[in-house]
Design a protein around this ligand. Structure first.
Ligand code: G4P
Length: 540
């Protein structure tokens, strides 16, 4: 009897420990247009958490701008950047996991996929440049997934757009509902600091200090002390602006933020480590704990006992002597344990992993166990593809890891008839890794490769030759879009397929895709076949 009591107590203790582990995790990504300050902000966050000791540690892993046309150099640096795939640190009582997203536009698809593994994001915007194209795309992806987003307006130490104008731009261009939780006092030469609306504190800027100055508690803005601190005219301006902020913007509502309907905004200067602490302090209080994940079968709750996880990124080693790949798995529920048998659902195969690894800010460690919200890297010899699920036996297919309609297309030809098998294998594996997408025309079997950036074509050609011994050439192709097709009216669908049979292809899962030559042609099809659906992502 006693033993029984003891056992159930300890089970309870384990369960509580498990809950605490989940409750403390905050897994997020930082997105921005290149140069807005993502790397700098990441670094300052890591410094706060004590994960790195000196600035520059992350920066050196960044793909350099100068290398934009040299894909070998980019791949080499991407190899180094495996080390920063996940950057973890503790702050207050939270364990924070930052998932790195490549800034280079040709690797945007990698970024989209990484966003499927986060629970929230921070969007960095340059105060002078405002909303830039890549920010627009990335925010769109986050919105599709209803990801809670916080905005950090960076580089207030420089002249930029007026705060109200910038928030207007954010609302109009990227459709966010701004809710300023800090407010800048001047900018550029006149930048005096921020008023932290969330924490009701005044934080003064000292450009020459490496450390942020202490925040001064300021619950009553009419306090004449404000005039003493920042001068009469700045104080008057701040009071007036904050009154307007109150009138124009909705009050902060945590639920609305968590539902993706309200977006807190902070202002600061990452390079000066200014405004970053306010952001982080608020983040640990409001950002979501690991969120449930959807599968075709059911919704997975992180608190479930049994382990589940999915692959969101595969990183291949470019060195032909070490052909291994690393599959990055997001833990969705239960506890992941080293050397334990799990089901690779798509392959219907049991697998166990002796060296699951974390890649934490330049430290590489074998992990014994991991919890929901964590990412583990699994060494893989070609078993995984993006989106694959691992479970303790349940058949679950994860949803919401879409392919996006690529932007550039070329027909791929085999340049060495003796190596057609190698070519086919190489192409399949590279597509599984998510380097690009391949569509095979139903009529004639032409293979079309679609990518987000031009660089991928070089990467594919090089890797086919070096890793698979196959050679390919490309033929340019004028394509506007590849759209996935669904239908409500079968007859109309069949007629459409019959009429456009030269333009129909299948993706790697066998889904039908319409290859539209021009925007005009696509529009005509949409008009002529209103009960056929044309989709720009594979997830509908
Ligand atoms: P990214 O990852 O989003 O591409 O941006 P990153 O952090 O690399 O920052 C881009 C440039 O902006 C860097 O300058 C960086 O120092 C600068 N920067 C970041 N935050 C601030 C800020 O708050 N104020 C100002 N004035 N500049 C900022 P760089 O010249 O490209 O690189 P570096 O030589 O300084 O490293």
């Amino acid at each position: 009897m006693e033993t029984h009591t003891f056992a159930s107590n300890s089970e309870e203790a384990i369960k509580m420990g498990f809950q605490q582990e989940i409750d403390k995790r905050r897994t997020f990504g930082i997105v921005s247009h290149p140069d807005a300050g993502k790397t700098t902000l990441t670094e300052k966050l890591l410094l706060f958490g004590g994960a790195i000791q000196v600035a520059g540690a992350v920066k050196s892993n960044k793909i350099k701008k100068s290398a934009t046309s040299d894909f070998m150099e980019i791949e080499r640096q991407r190899g180094i950047s495996v080390a920063t795939s996940v950057m973890g640190f503790n702050y207050r009582d939270k364990q924070i996991n930052i998932l790195d997203t490549p800034g280079h536009k040709d690797f945007q698809e990698d970024t989209y996929r990484t966003l499927t593994a986060v629970d929230s994001t921070i969007v960095v915007i340059d105060v002078a440049k405002g909303v830039e194209p890549q920010t627009e795309k990335l925010v769109e992806v986050c919105r599709m997934r209803k990801t809670p987003m916080i905005v950090f307006v960076n580089k207030l130490d420089r002249e930029g757009k007026d705060a109200f104008d910038l928030l207007d731009e954010i609302e109009q261009k990227i459709n966010l509902t701004a809710c300023p939780l800090s407010w800048p006092i001047g900018m550029g030469q006149r930048f005096k600091g921020v008023y932290n609306i969330y924490g009701k504190k005044l934080v003064l800027f000292n450009p020459h200090s490496k450390q942020e100055s202490d925040a001064i508690e300021f619950t009553d803005l009419d306090d004449p002390e404000l005039d003493k601190q920042i001068g009469e005219s700045a104080a008057a301006e701040l009071r007036e602006e904050l009154t307007m902020v109150k009138e124009v913007y909705p009050p902060f509502d945590k639920e609305a933020y968590l539902n993706g309907e309200l977006n807190p905004v902070f202002f600061g200067s990452a390079i000066n480590n200014f405004g970053v602490k306010e952001l982080l302090d608020c983040f640990v209080e409001i950002a979501p704990r690991p969120l449930p994940r959807e599968t075709e079968q059911r919704i997975i709750n992180p608190d479930e006992d049994k382990f589940t996880g999915f692959v969101f990124k595969i990183h291949a080693n470019m060195d032909p002597k070490h052909r291994d790949r690393i599959a990055f798995v997001r833990i969705c529920s239960g506890e992941f344990k080293r050397n334990t048998n799990y089901l690779h659902v798509r392959n219907e195969k049991k697998m166990k992993f002796s060296n699951p690894t974390t890649f934490m800010a330049s430290k590489k460690e074998i992990v014994e166990s991991a919890f929901p919200g964590d990412i583990v890297g699994l060494y893989d010899s070609g078993n995984f593809k993006i989106g694959d699920g691992l479970t303790e036996g349940e058949i679950l297919y994860f949803k919401g890891i879409p392919s996006f309609s690529p932007e550039m297309f070329r027909i791929v030809h085999n340049a060495d008839p003796m190596k057609s098998k190698q070519l086919a294998k190489g192409l399949t594996q590279l597509m599984d890794e998510g380097v690009a997408q391949m569509f095979t025309k139903e009529f004639g079997g032409t293979r079309i490769i679609g990518t987000v950036g031009a660089l991928q074509f070089d990467v594919i050609q090089y890797r086919l030759e070096n890793e698979y011994g196959a050679k390919c050439t490309y033929e340019p192709m004028n394509i506007h879009k590849a759209c996935w097709i669904t239908y409500e009216n079968e007859e109309q669908y069949k007629e459409f397929l019959q009429r456009r049979k030269r333009d129909i292809a299948v993706d790697k899962e066998g889904n039908k895709v319409f290859i539209a030559e021009s925007a005009w042609q696509l529009r005509t099809m949409q008009e002529n076949y209103p009960e056929v659906g044309f989709h720009f992502t594979s997830d509908f």
